[in-house]
Design a binder for this molecule. Structure first.
Ligand code: AVJ
Length: 321
């Protein structure tokens, strides 16, 4: 027996209850990123099949000088979801060759990641001022207003891919409202490509993505005292061409009932029933351009890697009528 009144429910409890009692069942993908999940994602980024991180880094490295010259001088870089700032370093170095002082504001919810970001950038580049910002995007982007200078707001890694088109536009528009007319946006999007390559990226041969997906269940077992049997679910990654997205599920291998005592919930799963855990949208230049225009930006340039697997889009703020 668990003394319910002694346990504080995690903030996501209501969302989980919602997702498990709605058909088809789903869990919010933000639950992936506890300490274990963040480490597993880091591992994913190093997998041979997961081309995204490596490819984006390659574009940033090879085109850093060109990007810097398009940004002009006196630009301050604000990176949303910066993590440990592995990718932005080369761009910052290019900028610091062109201007006297470069300010870099890595923004993340993880204080620990930001600490590493500061150490990394400062050790590589002494003339860069690092000002970490701890912020949760669900609280909005008002902090952008308090950052002076001309800003480049970078949102990399195909993180935008987790949002449905309407939510992506809403978020980019919300960022746009906090920007000044001379600010710019650098957006990383994964691109539509052969299904076989997409499937491999989200269902790797070492099973790291499966572990990453199932870590949600491990977390609910630990934090909500749920009794998900990990062996009774399998990882499924499907390409949905109509909606241009990879869909990630946990599929029940048998008829089963899962108990979530803290939510006072018993959830029934049919054999073969799929619980949705994540979408990862893939763009074309046309669909990315459309998304940017609907959110108040003008696309000015897109950089690709040699295979056109990934894209980095530079956009200006639309002049208001
Ligand atoms: C962190 C959202 C960019 O969609 O590729 C990787 C997450 N999920 N493998 C992605 C993820 C499964 C990743 N993003």
């Amino acid at each position: 027996m668990i003394a319910r009144e002694l346990v504080t429910l995690p903030s996501y409890a209501e969302e989980v209850a919602q997702g498990l009692t709605t058909q088809p069942k789903s869990l919010p993908c933000k639950l992936f990123y506890d300490a274990t999940g963040s480490a597993l994602f880091e591992e994913i980024t190093r997998l041979p099949e997961y081309y995204l991180t490596r490819t984006e880094l390659e574009i940033l490295r090879e085109r850093a000088d060109e990007m810097a010259s398009r940004l002009g001088t006196d630009v301050t870089v604000v990176e949303l979801g910066a993590g440990t700032a592995v990718k932005t370093c080369t761009l910052l170095e290019s900028l610091s060759r062109r201007q006297i002082r470069v300010r870099y504001y890595p923004v993340d919810i993880s204080r620990a990641a930001l600490h590493q970001a500061k150490e990394r950038v400062e050790s590589r580049c002494r003339q860069i001022l690092v000002r970490p910002v701890v912020a949760d995007f669900s609280d909005g982007f008002e902090f952008l207003r308090s950052i002076p200078d001309k800003k480049l707001v970078a949102y990399l890694g195909s993180s935008i891919g987790n949002f449905d088109p309407a939510a992506a536009v809403a978020m980019l528009a919300e960022i746009n409202r906090q920007m000044t007319p001379r600010d710019m946006l650098l957006l990383g999007t994964d691109l539509v490509k052969a299904k076989s390559m997409l499937s491999a990226a989200y269902d790797d041969s070492e099973g790291v993505t499966e572990q990453f997906n199932k870590n949600i269940l491990v977390r609910l077992n630990r934090e909500l005292f749920a009794d998900f049997d990990l062996e009774s679910f399998r990882h499924v990654a499907l390409w949905n061409p109509r909606r241009s997205r990879m869909e990630i599920y946990l599929e029940s291998l048998r008829t089963q009932t899962v108990d979530l005592p803290l939510l006072q919930l018993r959830v029934h799963f049919a054999k073969g029933e799929r619980m949705h855990t994540e979408n990862s949208y893939k763009y074309t230049v046309a669909t990315a351009k459309c998304m940017l225009e609907r959110s108040g930006y003008v696309l000015t340039h897109t950089w690709f890697d040699q295979h056109k697997w990934f894209a980095l889009h530079l956009a200006n703020v639309q002049a208001s009528a």
